[in-house]
Design a protein around this ligand. Structure first.
Ligand code: BGC
Length: 335
């Protein structure tokens, strides 16, 4: 009896594996946290273009940094019959419920750029090496300012990436702080990655320390922009080294003008392309080869595809961002 059941199951699996879903036959859901930052606008554009090429019906929802709204929007995508859900969570742990709901409906999930945490279920993670992002920021800023007073900002506390970036950067900052060479005068997460919040925090730190701040660890270009406004108001823009991330046009312009010291280039074109490829593979029942790479989500190791981030300074900006076609020379060097 048991043997016959196994044979039948094996037969069913074989039939499923060979009945390749044609792209045009299926819908993919995409749930994004925001469109207020340039990088997420690019992610959306790339995935829309790639889906169009593959003939996939991509259904996009933007949550605008609202965890409850994201759950509702994903429920809606699930009820529209998507086969795969590409999910960039606003709130890492509350998004676990979305994975539950998708699993119940037989939908595969790709946790996109940001990891969904604390889910015991099966899904994939597609992102960059985010600890490495933080390491590049931390190594850069501590080389430039090995001693002095630091403002240390991290991204949104609801975003697992914010923790990973901080972890990477602190590998370089903490030993120097422990030694007493670096004094951390502020250490804060920035609500929803908001530039205005970052600006407020920097203003507070500058006031509390009579402007005696030597370096700022800003987790991305948006928050760096806010901090640079605070620095500029005190005549300190360009004098205090400050990090960034995302290779946004505004960040690149500030690097060229000398008010921001670096950024991190994460090629969202590549990430978006991979997401659509993975969605196609999952819809066709193919396993994704992650070469054994995993990231722990608090409950389990999630199979992960992690792309490489690159550091960008004034010296290699042309090479990294302009030659690669990510940004245009006209826009970056506009007068
Ligand atoms: C992304 C960053 C982005 C930040 C704010 C993070 O999860 O990895 O690229 O700057 O969210 O949107």
């Amino acid at each position: 009896m048991m043997k016959r059941l196994c044979t039948l199951l094996g037969l069913a699996a074989a039939i499923l594996a060979t009945s390749t879903a044609r792209a045009a036959d299926f819908k993919v859901g995409l749930s994004l946290p925001t469109q207020r930052e340039e990088r997420w606008v690019k992610d959306k554009q790339v995935m829309e273009a790639e889906a169009k090429k593959a003939g996939i019906d991509l259904r996009v929802q933007v949550t605008d940094n609202d965890a409850a709204k994201q759950v509702a929007q994903c429920e809606n995508l699930i009820s529209q019959g998507v086969k795969v859900l590409i999910l960039a969570p606003h709130d890492a742990s509350s998004a676990a419920v979305i994975i539950d709901k998708a699993a119940k409906a037989g939908i595969r999930v790709i946790s996109y750029d940001r990891l969904v945490t604390n889910s015991p279920l099966d899904y994939y993670y597609l992102s960059f090496d985010n600890v490495k992002v933080g390491e590049l920021q931390g190594e850069f800023i501590t080389r430039k300012v090995p001693k002095g007073s630091y403002i240390v900002l991290a991204g949104s506390p609801t975003d697992n990436n914010a923790k990973l970036f901080r972890e990477g950067a602190m590998k370089f900052i903490k030993p120097l702080a422990d030694k007493g060479d670096i004094k951390i005068v502020m250490d804060q997460f920035v609500k929803d990655w908001q530039p205005s919040e970052a600006q407020k925090l920097c203003e507070q730190a500058l006031t509390a320390n009579q402007n005696k701040v030597d370096a700022v660890l800003a987790p991305n270009d948006g928050t760096a922009g806010g901090c640079i406004q605070a620095l500029a108001a005190q005549g300190l823009a360009g004098k205090v080294p400050i990090t960034g991330q995302d290779a946004e046009l505004a960040g690149a312009i500030r690097i060229v003008q000398g008010t921001q010291s670096m950024t991190i280039f994460k090629d969202t074109r590549e990430l978006g392309k991979r997401a659509i490829q993975m969605a196609l593979e999952l819809a066709n029942g193919k396993p994704i080869d992650t070469q054994g790479r995993t990231v722990n989500n608090g409950k389990k190791d999630v199979p992960s595809v992690l792309l490489t981030p690159f550091i960008v300074t004034k010296d290699n900006l042309d090479e990294q961002l302009i030659k690669s076609g990510y940004l245009t020379r006209e826009k970056v060097y506009r007068k």
